[in-house]
Write a protein that binds this ligand. Structure first.
Ligand SMILES: [Mn+2]
Length: 361
């Protein structure tokens, strides 16, 4: 791998920046942690909350779930007026504006930065090679407050969740020695399940991570049963969605789904390697009322964030075209959907434009 010095510099820089930013938090008030509902976000939020609790701070984790965002009026309304000593926003991207005006904020994130995050302190892995996940960044932050070696498994949960269990990080190698890769992978699979169900509430997954002493211990907790049930629900939805054939256009292969479960990213991933020369877009019309959610993946190496910018319809918000260059997606209001379809080379019924033209002729 090489780059050991750079990696160490990254680690200690993260610790120092976090420690310095935390000084601005009001110690008399509780820390509010907003985090993404996937394995990386949940483990990042959990790591920060547990480390802060050890350092004598009270911290609350607020999972940002389906159809929600940190930088929204709804979130501002929810949080304003509450006695918050400081805000940590983890694994949710970054924005130029503030989440809460006047509240010291730390952004911990590894996605492509949208903008400088205004007055917030940004801890981003984006400049590093390889790019660490939010959970690994959170682990480094947590080290600033004291020993957290026993929480290393949580960093591994996020690494495996986002990058797979072969991701080239020394922390992951060490965690696998202690916990076994099998136990860690099973925890990842289970904590990722609740957010994908029709209900979509990831709170039971966070509850398991918050109380467990390790991956094997997590798997032995009674609360893990709720996660197993969630996984069964999602598995059934995935099996049904796998039967839907892609509609193949010039650049894009489109898979049209209609399920309340969040299976579109998994389905896009499945078709990605089978349709190697296409951008795969799996779109789900049943996921959220009034919206079409979609995931985009491609084996072509094309920058999908750039592609989505090129085909953007009017009426999009920040949930459109974020994430990673090779793994992105978004949500569109129903009214923008036909325009998007046209821009990616399909007619309003989701037929490839060429075929539609032929039929019309
Ligand atoms: Mn995430």
């Amino acid at each position: 791998m090489g780059g050991g010095k750079m990696v160490e510099a990254g680690r200690s820089a993260t610790r120092a920046i976090f420690a310095e930013a935390l000084v601005r938090f009001d110690p008399e008030r509780s820390v509010m942690i907003l985090t993404h509902n996937d394995a990386d976000g949940l483990s990042a939020g959990c790591l920060l909350a547990r480390a802060l609790a050890r350092a004598g701070r009270t911290a609350e984790v607020r999972i940002v779930g389906r159809g929600e965002g940190a930088w929204t009026e709804a979130m501002r309304a929810e949080l304003s007026g509450r006695p918050i000593g400081g805000l940590i926003v983890a694994d949710l991207g970054s924005r130029e504006d503030e989440v809460l005006a006047g509240v010291p904020t730390i952004v911990v994130d590894h996605h492509v930065p949208i903008d400088a995050a205004g007055a917030a302190t940004v801890i981003s892995g984006y400049g590093e090679d390889p790019i660490p996940t939010s959970s690994l960044l959170a682990y480094r932050c947590a080290q600033a407050r004291g020993p957290v070696d026993d929480l290393l498994w949580l960093a591994a949960v996020g690494l495996i969740g986002d990058l797979g269990d072969k991701a080239p990080f020394a922390e992951l190698v060490e965690a696998k020695k202690r916990e076994t890769g099998t136990a860690l992978r099973e925890v990842v699979s289970l904590v990722n399940a609740p957010r994908r169900t029709a209900g979509g509430d990831a709170a039971p997954a966070l509850a398991v991570l918050m109380t467990a002493t390790g991956a094997k211990d997590a798997l032995a907790r009674p609360k893990i049963e709720a996660l197993r049930a969630a996984r069964e629900e999602v598995k059934a939805a995935v099996e049904a969605a796998k039967k839907v054939g892609p509609r193949v256009g010039a650049d894009v292969a489109l898979v049209l789904l209609d399920t309340p479960c969040q299976v579109h990213p998994l389905i896009a991933q499945t078709w990605r390697t089978r349709l190697k020369d296409k951008i795969v877009i799996a779109a789900n019309l049943g996921y959220r009322e009034g919206h079409v959610h979609f995931a985009a993946r491609s084996a072509t190496g094309r920058n999908l964030i750039d592609y989505l910018r090129d085909v953007a319809p009017p009426g999009i918000d920040d949930s459109y075209g974020n994430g990673h260059e090779q793994a992105t997606g978004g949500a569109l209001p129903l009214a923008s959907w036909p325009v998007f379809l046209r821009n990616i080379g399909f007619d309003a019924d989701g037929r490839p434009a060429k075929a539609a033209a032929k039929e019309a002729a």
